[in-house]
Design a binder for this molecule. Structure first.
Ligand code: C2E
Ligand code: MG
Ligand code: MG
Length: 409
């Protein structure tokens, strides 16, 4: 930064490049920190080969870097460097037998035109970076004054999300799960929705990762648990309630306490609660996570492996923890009736689950053909648009009331 100040004082042009790695977080979350660290070292080497001796490279934290380039005609120098960085960092990495692809988005601000003070330059480079990400990532953008006119949308979304809980903009929908043999509802999965005052309904895929990043997933996750337990406790039929957990909720060591507290407060029988976790939860601090899961199972809570088949090493986890249920991912269900290889995978998974005394549920069943096929492949339960879309708490009550009276009749 001192270099920037000097440059600003002498009036000689210099460039600040703000670089953010695309998809790095996903690698870190799915393959674990050691591979993430190796990847970062390789990225650092590529930075070295793309820059020149006089350039200063700094890691700003996480997956963000900055480069200060001086003694080069601008903006041509920065544009050439940004192009090199996007190209080099975007090439594949081979680490421990994995072929990894990440990318780089770059924002550029030039001193003194885009600012003389380091903090102004950094802010402007950040705005340009934001634009690069918004326009598809894997590219660079030069700062332009109009970028400062509107607050980056992500920042606005962050601010809104921090207030969403307090403003009661979050809601849980419930999607029914059916037993294939009895054709009866055996439970519901709670799925969160955010009703944004101007954006409308924001899907969880958009705001859950953001909530994880800005560390409010703990509060949101606790709200989900307490709300789902409370609403399920009032249902006229004692079917199960499945709640999704983010891997981040296992950090801090308070999850088991939160769950038992939600059960106590709602008076919900622990055997009616199911927690859905993904492989991501078992990647880091595995022993702590296993301890938490075992404590929860001791009080009677069931644990389901969600999105099975989409991660890297699902089979390893099956021997580390006795899951109650395996949820086979939608990607194996899609058009299974016309794909023999999906049928083969499906049968293998249901066979494996049966041998391990775990139940199986098929996710995202949309057609009669898919339903017949997953049933024939030995799956125990189904959930999908065909048998029922996610519905409101009131509609869930009504649905259970009619099944209640239908059974009585
Ligand atoms: P998931 O746990 O795998 O949930 C299943 C997703 O598939 C849901 O999307 C559901 O609406 C959708 N779905 C169900 N049946 C069908 C179908 O037949 N066809 C298609 N195309 N889709 C179907 P949704 O509600 O958008 O949730 C997406 C993801 O967001 C969930 O995936 C889950 O990972 C996460 N999520 C949702 N609620 C919560 C929550 O309360 N906490 C956390 N941590 N994550 C949540
Ligand atoms: Mg789920
Ligand atoms: Mg899924």
């Amino acid at each position: 930064m001192e270099r920037l100040t000097n440059v600003a004082r002498t009036g000689q042009a210099a460039a600040l490049l703000y670089i953010d790695l695309d998809r790095f977080k996903a690698v870190n979350d799915t393959l674990g920190h050691p591979i993430g660290d190796t990847l970062l070292r390789k990225v650092a080497e590529r930075f070295k080969s793309a820059t020149r001796d006089g350039d200063i490279v700094a890691r700003l934290g996480g997956d963000e870097f900055a480069v200060i380039q001086s003694d080069t005609p601008q903006p041509a120098g920065a544009q050439a460097l940004a192009t090199r960085l996007v190209d080099l960092i975007g090439r594949a990495y081979a680490i421990d037998g994995h072929l990894l692809h990440i990318g780089a988005s770059v924002g550029v601000a030039i001193a003194p035109i885009d600012g003389r003070e380091p903090d102004v330059l950094l802010k402007n480079a950040d705005l340009a970076l934001y634009r690069a990400k918004a326009e598809g990532r894997g590219c660079y953008r030069m700062f332009a004054p109009e970028m400062a006119d509107h607050l980056p949308a992500r920042r606005a979304l962050e601010t809104d999300l921090r207030r969403a809980l307090a403003l009661k903009q979050l809601q849980l929908l419930y999607q029914p799960q059916y037993n294939l043999a009895s054709k009866l509802i055996i439970g519901f999965e709670a799925l969160i929705r955010w009703h944004h005052p101007t954006r409308g309904v924001v899907p969880p895929e958009e705001f859950i990762p953001l909530a994880e990043e800005i560390s409010i997933i703990g509060a949101i996750g606790e709200w989900v648990l307490r709300t789902a337990c409370k609403q399920a406790a009032a249902w006229p039929v004692p079917v199960t309630i499945a709640v999704n957990l983010s891997p981040v909720q296992f950090r801090g060591g308070k999850l088991a306490e939160t769950v038992t507290s939600a059960l106590a407060q709602s008076q919900l029988d622990a055997h009616r609660l199911e927690l859905e976790i993904t492989e991501g939860a078992l990647l880091n601090d595995t022993n702590d996570v296993l301890k938490t899961l075992n404590r929860l199972r001791e009080v009677g809570v069931a644990v389901t492996m969600d999105d099975f088949g989409t991660g890297y090493s699902s089979l390893g986890y099956l021997q580390k923890f006795p899951f109650d249920k395996i949820k086979i991912d939608q990607c194996f269900v899609r058009d299974i009736d016309s794909h023999v290889e999906r049928q083969a995978i499906f049968r293998a998974v249901t066979g494996l689950a049966a041998a391990l005394r775990m139940k199986t549920i098929a996710e995202g069943v949309e057609t009669e053909g898919e339903l017949a096929c997953v049933g024939a492949a030995g799956c125990d339960e189904v959930q999908g648009y065909l048998t029922g879309r996610p519905i409101s708490a009131e509609a869930t009550m009504a649905l259970l009331a009619t099944t209640c009276s239908a059974e009585a009749a």
